[in-house]
Ligand binder design. Structure first.
Ligand SMILES: Cc1cc2nc3c(=O)[nH]c(=O)nc-3n(C[C@H](O)[C@H](O)[C@H](O)COP(=O)(O)OP(=O)(O)OC[C@H]3O[C@@H](n4cnc5c(N)ncnc54)[C@H](O)[C@@H]3O)c2cc1C
Ligand SMILES: *[C@@H]1O[C@H](CO)[C@@H](O)[C@H](O)[C@H]1NC(C)=O
Ligand SMILES: *[C@@H]1O[C@H](CO)[C@@H](O)[C@H](O)[C@H]1NC(C)=O
Ligand SMILES: *[C@@H]1O[C@H](CO)[C@@H](O)[C@H](O)[C@H]1NC(C)=O
Ligand SMILES: *[C@@H]1O[C@H](CO)[C@@H](O)[C@H](O)[C@H]1NC(C)=O
Length: 533
């Protein structure tokens, strides 16, 4: 049966060659100069269980795992389908939530879902933004809240094995005595399983890289219930395909990660935090570029616009409001290293580097407590915004990343477009790695505003791609960015992703409707397909 649109293209030589070979196999003759790249073939028509059958599966899971392991509570299901910071709404909701405690529990639940064709949605803390944990085709939610144990800790090897429900803040607290930490910092609520699955990052990524750099091996329950481990202990290997990286950033579409071995970093001995304000965003962004270009080892570099600075002044925590911030754009800088002296010298260099960019005020934390209050202003950005959201309003927060040389330009244009529609709009960003977020707050019932917000987001994505950037620096694709991903990668690449999906999940039950659509022609209840954005 046909699947997707045929794209005549001669740009992918390898694909062309293999099709050419297949052509010979079928006794057809292809012209070697004009290979046809196929993005069509035999992906199945997917069909899921109806609600009654889904409930039967849930009862079977209840029998296998115990009554306490299953919830049918409506409010609980609502909370597992949508959050205040979701950029997209799906009207679908799961029919039950399963709370496993072990890999075996997950495997049993998945095996049952598999035999009944029930969609499965893995759920960590639900802090992701792009509808990653929504349930557009209903099904059963697998929540890892009670899989929160540290399985093994090897401080001398600087690694740790954890269950997926472990929260990263708790983890860092638990191992702080050994002067080790996991240097990723997404939402303070996030779990390791969710962090692996979104390939998350955060303010520390500038210095320490993203989640994929910290994963040694994972245990995964595959869509049919089989359990695999991706590899063994050593930090280095070149043994076979790197299956670990297949599951990092897969958003739970290929399996459920039930155990993760992580590398750890040494807590830096000395740290410093500085905040510099600038008259305009582009001054701040170009100051950021010259710091990056200088090669000084800054640990983190974050940008907040004037609107965010107003917000923290007025609605930040008490500690943060004490600071009386200038309500103009600011760069937040974190320094770290083995000696106080080294940090002082980095700061001095940064101070002189930014001179051409018209800095207004340079605030430097005098002690650890002040470092924490300065940095808290940045960490509270999204919360302060959610706290002032009027009833019924929605926040659309999105992220893109571009080559650093284009950052000032894209931020400036995006901000201007956001302001022009007259809704609350603000920019914050992990500018150290070319990544920034724009958040807009609007009333979804106001059709004009809603449309304008949507158009602005789309033009921001298009602009990022034009600048050779990406439509998702760190929030992954979920439901929110499926169309943009096609624009970014092209149908051939998406098709290869779908073939991988098909190989591991032939029934397409694992977190369906994320990253890419179901194969066309799939017979799923039309109500489940409705989403409001
Ligand atoms: C205030 C705030 C700040 C944020 N800041 C950042 C930031 O700086 N950087 C950043 O990268 N992100 C940030 N985020 C987004 C979010 O915190 C990250 O995407 C995080 O990695 C999600 O973790 P989670 O446990 O909440 O996962 P969830 O939202 O529960 O799930 C995320 C995805 O992973 C899948 N999944 C969850 N657990 C598993 C599992 N065990 N196996 C397989 N799949 C699974 C889910 O199905 C879903 O597709 C922020 C969010 C908020 C609300
Ligand atoms: C994965 O790595 C961890 C930490 O190094 C180790 O304890 C575990 O045994 C490894 N898993 C396998 C399957 O070798
Ligand atoms: C395999 O992938 C993991 C996770 O993305 C990564 O940390 C590791 O460095 C990769 N290993 C190799 C040999 O490429
Ligand atoms: C994870 O993020 C890093 C940095 O953005 C990127 O280089 C890598 O390709 C991503 N890996 C996966 C598996 O998504
Ligand atoms: C999504 O729906 C919820 C309630 O179901 C609502 O509060 C929220 O504003 C909606 N968000 C968007 C982006 O439409």
């Amino acid at each position: 049966m046909p699947e997707e649109k045929r794209t005549p293209s001669s740009s992918i030589a390898i694909g062309g060659l293999s099709i050419f070979a297949a052509g010979i196999g079928f006794g057809l003759i292809f012209s070697a100069s004009k290979p046809v790249v196929q993005t069509t073939s035999t992906l199945p028509i997917v069909q899921y269980a109806d609600r009654k059958e889904m409930l039967t599966a849930a009862r079977e899971i209840e029998a296998a795992l115990g009554k306490d392991a299953v919830s049918y509570d409506e409010d609980n299901l609502e909370e597992h389908g949508f959050s205040d910071w979701s950029s997209i709404n799906s009207s679908g909701r799961g029919i039950a939530i399963i709370y496993p405690r072990t890999t075996e529990d997950v495997s049993k639940a998945v095996t049952i879902c598999h035999s009944h064709d029930v969609p499965i949605v893995p759920f960590g803390a639900g802090s992701s933004i792009e509808g990653n944990f929504a349930a557009p085709y209903s099904g059963i939610i697998i929540d890892t809240t009670y899989m929160d144990k540290i399985v093994a800790f090897h401080p001398d090897d600087m690694d740790i094995v954890v269950q997926p429900g472990v929260n990263w803040v708790d983890l860092n607290q638990a191992i702080s005595e050994e002067q080790l930490f996991l240097p990723l910092d997404p939402s303070p609520t996030a779990t390791v399983g969710g962090m692996v699955s979104t390939n998350c990052s955060g303010t520390n990524a500038f210095r320490y890289g993203t989640m994929k750099d910290w994963v040694i091996n994972v245990t995964v329950v595959l869509p049919d219930g089989r359990v695999i481990k991706t590899r063994r202990r050593p930090r280095k290997t070149s043994a076979g395909y790197n299956l670990t990286s297949l599951f990092v950033g897969a958003e739970g579409t290929l399996g459920i990660v039930t155990e993760i071995a992580l590398k750890l970093a040494v807590v830096p001995r000395e740290t410093g935090v500085a905040v510099v304000s600038f008259p305009t965003l582009s001054d701040a962004a170009s100051a950021a570029s010259s710091i990056i270009r200088s090669g000084i080892q800054v640990a983190a570099m974050e940008l907040m616009d004037d609107v965010q600075m107003q917000l923290v002044n007025r609605h930040g925590s008490e500690e943060v409001r004490k600071m009386h911030w200038d309500e103009i754009p600011a760069l937040f800088l974190k320094f770290s290293g083995p000696s106080e002296q080294g940090i002082q010298s980095d700061i001095a260099q940064v101070k002189s580097l930014i001179q051409p960019h018209r800095p207004r005020r340079f605030v430097f934390a005098k002690d650890h407590a002040e470092e924490e209050s300065l940095w808290a202003a940045r960490k509270q950005a999204l919360w302060t915004m959610t706290s002032i959201k009027p009833e019924g309003y929605a926040i659309w927060s999105t992220d893109v990343a571009v080559p650093i040389s284009r950052l000032a330009e894209i931020i400036e244009i995006s901000k201007k477009e956001g302001e022009e529609i007259g809704v609350f709009s603000s920019v914050v960003g992990h500018v150290g790695d070319g990544n920034f977020h724009q958040a807009m707050m609007y009333d979804p019932k106001n059709v004009k505003d809603h449309k304008a917000v949507k158009a602005t987001i789309h033009s921001m994505m298009a602009r990022a791609l034009e600048m050779e950037g990406t439509v998702s620096g760190e929030h992954a694709i979920g439901m929110g960015k499926m169309e943009c991903l096609i624009d970014e990668l092209g149908p051939e690449t998406i098709y290869v992703m779908k073939q991988l999906k098909q190989a591991l999940d032939p029934k397409w039950i694992m977190n369906p409707g994320k990253i890419f659509e179901l194969p066309s022609g799939s017979k799923v209840a039309s109500a489940a397909l409705q989403s409001t954005l």
